[in-house]
Design a protein around this ligand. Structure first.
Ligand SMILES: Cc1cc2nc3c(=O)[nH]c(=O)nc-3n(C[C@H](O)[C@H](O)[C@H](O)COP(=O)(O)OP(=O)(O)OC[C@H]3O[C@@H](n4cnc5c(N)ncnc54)[C@H](O)[C@@H]3O)c2cc1C
Length: 337
């Protein structure tokens, strides 16, 4: 079945999409499993895509790029992700920092930093997220202080895509009072003294895209999982979700024990056992998914317990009689009254 038909793609964007599909079929899809297994950054594929004019091509023609439109970009990204999410994200983020620079940079900055991206010579990145949270940009603590003609950046960034492989990244840092207006963006070449990046390993998915923990000037930001200045659980929507999860859990547990009673008493055992199995295992899967979401990026790392719970919870709805089969069984053994 053709899921990515060209129908919604504007005519002028179809050539780029077709070229990306051909490239992805030849270079990305055949190596997807290899890179998922190794978690390595696909340097060679990125270089080939850059040489083919398919990565970093969003840079305007006046700065040496292919001047892709948003439709060009979207059509191409569809093809990257159709072939493989991890390698696709690596290809998509080659010009991540350049995009911000295109929006917010001065003419001089654009003239200096964009042409190498358009030429396919460099990889960029963007560092906003920090260990204490990524959802609220106004909560960032990385600072940039003025010293003579220079700014000095201190802080720690987290989950920075390309942080360990980029030539330069754009860093969000605090230059004024905390709040959305008190922040500025800085282009930081990754070979600058004081820049250190350590790749994040053991991700659950998108392994061929590399994220890093980035230290600026070596000053450490305390790492806990408090969200800004309040724990995540202080948010009302999060509190409600936690209560909903508890409701789901207690209901599933009550049904399971009720089924236990029926089975032990020999009363409509197949019906009650099937009901309990399908409901409790589905509940576990749903709760694990919500809990993983609430952990943010941390939930997507294999070393964290919630990640293992999420992966493990996928199995019970399948084994010991898949839930669809259990429901058929329950229907077939419906109690008389
Ligand atoms: C593969 C990958 C690539 C990434 N690349 C980059 C990158 O290149 N640059 C970069 O800067 N970052 C990057 N990130 C980080 C990403 O942007 C953050 O993970 C994201 O912003 C969420 O931040 P967090 O993980 O700190 O979760 P948190 O901000 O701690 O949020 C955790 C959970 O709390 C809840 N929550 C948060 N705020 C609220 C609220 N106001 N109200 C109600 N509920 C709330 C939500 O359920 C949320 O899922 C990347 C992450 C991944 C996984």
């Amino acid at each position: 079945m053709e899921l990515l038909s060209p129908t919604p793609v504007p005519t002028e964007a179809r050539d780029a999409k077709a070229a990306a599909r051909e490239f992805a079929n030849e270079h990305v899809r055949p190596r997807a499993q290899e890179f998922d297994a190794s978690g390595a950054f696909p340097h060679e594929i990125v270089r080939e895509a850059q040489a083919a004019g398919l990565a970093g091509s969003y840079v305007p023609a006046e700065h040496g790029g292919a001047g892709w439109t948003l439709a060009d970009r979207l059509g191409v990204i569809e093809e990257w992700f159709r072939a493989d999410g991890g390698i696709g994200l690596s290809l998509q983020l080659v010009d991540f920092g350049a995009k911000v620079l295109m929006m917010a940079g001065s003419p001089e900055q654009k003239a200096e930093w964009l042409p190498p991206v358009g030429d396919g010579d460099v990889i960029t990145g963007l560092a906003a997220t920090e260990p204490a949270g990524g959802s609220d940009l106004a909560g960032m603590t990385t600072t940039a202080r003025r010293e003579g003609d220079e700014y000095v950046l201190d802080g720690e960034k987290y989950w920075t895509s390309n942080g360990a492989v980029a030539d330069w990244i754009v860093v969000y840092a605090q230059t004024g009072e905390p709040g959305h207006d008190g922040y500025s963006l800085f282009v930081v070449p990754t070979d600058t003294d004081g820049y250190e990046a350590e790749p994040i390993t053991d991700k659950m998915g998108l392994r061929a895209s590399q994220q890093a923990r980035v230290q600026l000037s070596g000053v450490r930001v305390p790492h806990d999982r408090d969200l800004y200045d309040a724990p995540v659980a202080d948010k009302q929507t999060v509190r409600h979700r936690l209560v909903e999860m508890r409701e789901q859990f207690e209901a599933a547990r009550a049904l399971t024990w009720q089924a236990c009673e029926h089975v032990m008493a020999g009363e409509d055992a197949p019906f009650w056992a099937s009901l309990a199995k399908s409901h409790a295992t589905r509940t576990a899967e749903e709760i694990a998914a919500t809990a993983t979401q609430l952990h943010g990026g941390e939930g997507l790392r294999e070393e964290n317990r919630i990640n293992r719970v999420y992966r493990d919870a996928k199995y019970p709805p399948v084994y010991e009689g898949a839930n669809a089969v259990q429901r058929d069984l329950a229907y077939g053994h419906w109690p008389d009254q």
